[in-house]
Write a protein that binds this ligand. Structure first.
Ligand code: HEC
Ligand code: HEC
Length: 221
């Protein structure tokens, strides 16, 4: 051992060790980031196969088929994953049509479809029932404290735009589709909502309240 090193103060030695640790850490390869999906790669199938029901730009012509345009990519992806049978297990979200539709596609393709539809612009819906708009708005903005019904706005936002990754956009969606989803949450036929968030809400709602809020939401932009 060279003389100089023998007399090196401990503090300098430990500093050198520290520097070495940092160098080793910095040299570790960066964790691969998860594939985010590519709208351009999703387009050829999305604008043909999916378009048959959801429209080429995700604005479905028929109210039975939800609009996908402008929906958050993370929510779209989650729904596709939920529609897909997971090995032997039944799909988490049951739909005679979508369970079959999504079966053949890979995780990467689903991410591409999600990116494609999220990048499209939703064309507006409208509230049609003047008689129930007031009730719909009240439920949406304030809920109904007397029966512990929270405001939809609390999670889906004041304009129904949702919150990426957690809460879907619901604004401008077809009344009939929203109504149908609230009813299947109510019976737990749709049970893919984290922590039963939507089931606990829908179970407190009457048919009249569901219709009113669904119609109000169709007119939100
Ligand atoms: C034959 C008609 C049809 C085709 C084709 C179709 N879908 Fe659907 N899709 C539906 C229907 C109907 C629903 C609503 C299911 C329900 O009521 O729960 C739906 C729901 C969805 C949802 C959930 C939307 C939401 O707001 O929760 C996503 C995502 C979706 N489809 C993606 C796709 C993709 C991607 C393709 C193409 C690979 C596709 N669909 C092709 C009919 C179709
Ligand atoms: C505590 C938060 C929370 C509140 C409050 C809430 N929601 Fe939701 N909602 C969610 C979550 C989370 C989902 C997504 C479930 C999933 O992942 O499939 C959802 C999904 C939905 C969907 C399905 C959207 C689609 O495209 O299929 C509808 C419709 C909906 N909510 C309507 C409402 C209405 C109407 C109210 C008020 C009466 C309301 N929500 C209040 C959290 C909430």
């Amino acid at each position: 051992m060279p003389r100089t090193l023998r007399f090196l103060p401990r503090s300098i030695l430990s500093l050198a060790t520290l520097a070495l640790t940092f160098t080793v850490q910095a040299a570790e390869p960066a964790k691969p980031t998860a594939y985010q999906g590519d709208a351009a790669r999703g387009q050829p199938i999305a604008a043909t196969v999916c378009a048959a029901c959801h429209g080429p730009d995700g604005n479905s012509p028929l109210s039975a088929n939800p609009k996908l345009a402008g929906q958050h990519a993370a929510y779209l992806l989650k729904q596709m994953q939920n529609f897909k049978a997971n090995g032997a297990a039944a799909p988490e979200r049951v739909s005679a049509i979508m369970n079959g539709m999504i079966a053949a596609f890979t995780e990467e393709q689903m991410k591409d479809f999600a990116a494609y539809f999220a990048a499209q612009k939703q064309t507006g819906g409208e509230a049609k029932n003047r008689a129930t708009v007031e009730l719909g708005q009240k439920l949406y903005r304030a809920g109904d404290a007397s029966k512990g019904l929270p405001a939809c706005a609390g999670c889906h936002g004041p304009t129904g735009a949702g919150l990426p990754a957690q809460y879907p956009r619901i604004a401008g969606q077809f009344t009939e589709y929203t109504e149908a989803q609230l009813k299947t949450f109510r019976t737990s036929e749709r049970a893919n909502d984290p922590n039963k968030m939507m089931r606990m809400i829908a179970v407190k709602m009457t048919d009249a309240e569901i219709s009113a809020v669904a119609d109000y939401i169709a007119g939100l932009h």
